[in-house]
Ligand binder design. Structure first.
Ligand SMILES: CC(C)(COP(=O)(O)OP(=O)(O)OC[C@H]1O[C@@H](n2cnc3c(N)ncnc32)[C@H](O)[C@@H]1OP(=O)(O)O)[C@@H](O)C(=O)NCCC(=O)NCCS
Length: 256
């Protein structure tokens, strides 16, 4: 008891702190310190996996997290430079074919291909769409939030492709682009696949990957304008006509 009183600085006959109390307090201090260290450790540990999961679980096709608009390189007028570009981390190989001469071709979906206005217009012409002024097409591509492409990467020698050599040629065979406010809404435009490559599931994959890229960027309202002949195509991909009675409306100037 004396010791307890001395420890507490109270030499009274009836000390406020007993040996037992001091021991209990020590244990409490040790427990508090251990609890604090444990809490910090658990907090650190709880945060780390979520940071890691963004990188580790990101699908090859597109980011799973909200992200800024995909960055595209400045337009290049050099086809050689473009053709040297192989599938990158954001690319998805949709189709692979080999020919008898040993060549190999891959149809690759990408969101970072440089598209020349002339290439897009050639594709539009191939599906029978009217020509548009190239300067406006260039502006439309430049100002789009997302430009998705289907390109055929071809190698004369399949072995070279398997060893990661750059393609001998890269040709645009499909495209879809989206305009967006980058937060809530996106509208998909210019969905087309070269006639030579239609009917192989590429149009479907193009729209699916494009929509997925927008949803992954946390843009929840994805819309498009469908030609009457392709309404069923988009319906099969999850798009609805007039959902909840909402109508798309067009301003048609009366003075034209
Ligand atoms: C519409 C388009 C992009 C489809 O591309 P595609 O590569 O031929 O389509 P897919 O091979 O991926 O077809 C996927 C499915 O949609 C179906 N489909 C394709 N075109 C369709 C159409 N016009 N209407 C209804 N269904 C269609 C296919 O039969 C296939 O069905 P399945 O999965 O049951 O076999 C292509 O035909 C095209 O570029 N058309 C000209 C441009 C155009 O009209 N674009 C749309 C502008 S709004």
């Amino acid at each position: 008891m004396q010791a307890g009183g001395a420890l507490c600085g109270l030499p009274s006959a009836k000390p406020l702190c007993s040996d037992r109390t001091v021991a209990i307090r020590r244990v409490q201090h040790i427990w508090n310190a251990a609890f604090t260290i444990l809490s910090i450790f658990i907090l650190n540990h709880a945060l780390k996996p979520s940071r890691r999961s963004r990188a580790v679980f990101r699908p090859r096709s597109c980011s799973t997290q909200p992200r800024p608009p995909p960055q595209r390189a400045a337009p290049s007028s050099s086809p050689t430079q473009r053709s040297r570009r192989g599938p990158g981390s954001n690319d998805v190989c949709l189709l692979e074919t080999r020919d008898e001469a040993g060549g190999l071709a891959r149809v690759v979906f990408s969101t970072d291909t440089v598209v020349e206005p002339t290439e897009l217009e050639a594709l539009c012409a191939a599906v029978g769409w009217p020509r548009r002024p190239l300067a406006k097409v260039a502006a439309a591509l430049r100002n789009s939030y997302l430009v998705s492409t289907l390109c055929v990467h071809s190698w004369l020698d399949a072995t070279a492709a398997e060893h990661g050599a750059p393609a001998d040629a890269v040709k645009l065979v499909g495209l879809a682009r989206a305009t967006s406010d980058g937060a809530f809404n996106a509208t998909v435009w210019d969905v087309l696949v070269s006639p030579q490559y239609q009917g192989q599931g590429l149009g479907k994959a193009l729209v699916e990957h494009t929509t997925r890229a927008l949803l992954d960027a946390d843009i929840g309202n994805v819309t498009l304008f469908a030609d009457a002949s392709v309404v069923d195509f988009y319906k099969s991909l999850g798009f609805s006509v007039d959902p909840q009675g909402i109508k798309g409306m067009f301003y048609l100037p009366s003075w034209t």
